[in-house]
Ligand binder design. Sequence first.
Ligand code: BGC
Length: 747
Amino acid sequence: MQPGIIRFLAIAVVLISVSCQPSENSDILSDQMETQKTYKGKPITHVYDPQIDSIVSQMTLEEKVGMLHGTSMFSTAGVDRLGVPELKMADGPLGVREEISRDSWAPAGADDDFATYYPAGAGLSATWNPDMAHLFGNSVGAETRARGKDVLLSPAINIIRTPLGGRTYEYFTEDPYLNKKLTVPFIVGMQEYDVAACVKHYAANNQETNRDFVDVQIDERTLREIYLPAFKAAAQEAKAHTFMGAYNKFRGEYLCENDYMLNKVLREEWGFEGIVISDWAAVHTSVHSLKSGLDVEMGTPKPFDEFFLADPLADSVRAGKISEEEIDKHVKRILRVMYTVKGMGGEVREKGSIGTEAHFKDAYDIASESVVLLENTEGLLPLNAGGIRSIAVIGANATKKNALGGYGAGVKTKREITPLEGLENRLPESVEIRYAPGYQERYVPAAEAVFGDVTQERVETVDELDPEMLKQAIEAAKSSELAIIFAGSTRDYETEASDRADLKLPFAQEELIEKVLEVNPRTIVVMIAGAPFDIRKIKEKSPALVWSWYNGSEGGNALADVLLGNVNPSGKLPWTMPKSIADSPAHATDSFPGDATVSYEEKLLVGYRWFDTRDIEPLYPFGYGGSYTTFEIKGVHPDKEVYSEKDTIYIKAEVANTGRFDGKEVVQVYSSVRDSEIDRPAKELKGFQKVLVPSGETKIVSIPVPVSELAYYNVAKGAWVVEPAQYDFSIGNSSRNRQASFSIQVN
Ligand code: BGC
């Protein structure tokens, strides 16, 4: 998909553009109607089952067990004499991680493992574009193949329960519908390259604090309606070939040995036929974990033979604690995945490619659709490059690189365009750039955190400005026509294995921003972060506020193109930005992070469901994001008034671009139930469509909402139930913006 190039349109073009009359024209225009593609994955193949039976019948117990556990940091054993190769894996969600040594976390020191660094999960989800998710999956799938791997440990799709989560940047969203609509094309795209996705971390893994042992308690309805939909769609629609079991416990059982979650839900209910791989060092038993549905134990260095699914498992077979047939069942699943990805069987397998210009372009395309315009009150943006002679570029984030870092989500890349480099690349030479970092990313050691028998080293940020650096920044801002501050966070600050303590902007950035704004009111603030921060004061004071992400190899170029108007921003927040952390559901209910146990007291009211049901005003609502043009959503109507359970509601809407720039808008559909027999959130996202509309034109979108999407999970029946009721729909461009509404009846 091409980025929305901004151009002024001649009046003549406006006159011949699509007229804005609603329903009469809808039919005439139906061939031009924009609607989402459907993505469906290919299932695990059974074609080779006879060969698999024959191979397994020739294997020794030791050979079988070798396939069930890591025999290096990222592979399990093959059986050479029977033509079974190792199953090779690699992290991760932002691109294929560098080669790791076979027996330690140290990088292998290879020189052929440079990869494309793709936008982090929150950036992808801010595109609200399933085609971008497919492009991402496809591109990273090709890189996985080029590195000779069978499994990519991606996507990471846990629900963002709290803004403070260390992996919020890595995950997609707080909303289960948006989550599944991005997850499915991502996996389908990836698996088209003959590699297996590993969907992680299954499931209820929503915090880093105590992640190794915390026991998560979620009521069944909330589990089904909020935390599982994307995993279910990954198994059923995308046919993900592997899942990764999470570290933590769920209802008293570790998730890698949780019979309910692995055997009952994932396999029996959802029909998952692939393999369950443990998170690294997340297994605690041999026979119990295998019987509970785990297939492969991966982990961190201890002698690989000592893994629970290594020698201890073979001993258990010999002692009669588990049958060899049970072992065979798991080995066969692994072999089936290997045949499915053409690692066995001799079918021609995709070769892939890595770090190519085409892949950098993919990363660029995703990044350029992800940037969110939060404020532009005085029209400072887009920058008129031709009319500017000097710009002060301020902030350590202007030059910060974020590809490496964050454990499994790090990527070794030859290209990471920083925001400053992006501006240098895109601005004409006539513009003088005066760079001053202004603040420094600094940490000091803090008291260690002790959780049970785990001691974690901790650091604290230094929230003080260096007077000399501040002075330089002020001078640069004063002497320039305008200033751009690149502020926010880093992947050292937002990271796996720890949650943030609060929403405060670290390193005294707020003070810096205020001081710069005092001397130059023409200051644009660009936040680079993966999770919400407290930006209340910045919102009040700065005339232009932009949100960008850990946005991949081409992040700086994409950002510069948005600032300069070569690309019209079309990103929308994939989570709610609260005014204060106390307003956020897990915190308002005092149920984060728990201790040995954490109980999700907000239940269904995660993210905007909480803010909207409790009528709490967020700083920026879920789904929010501005544009350089203006849109009007009108002529909204469903195709009928009365529906039955098996129907699909087709909602047509006209999107008129009433401004001067071409641009993309996201039409969002939220539903609520009138007089429901049970408690339901005030509104829930049920459909959306991103659409490119040239200036002065109108496009028609058709958004399908299967009536089954309106169901709630009835715990007593153990089933999804659509209430016969009146359903109210509100259509707009954020969870709090209603531009049209209608009601339908479901009988
Ligand atoms: C993370 C996983 C990652 C694995 C291997 C774990 O700490 O939770 O997401 O894939 O390490 O690096």
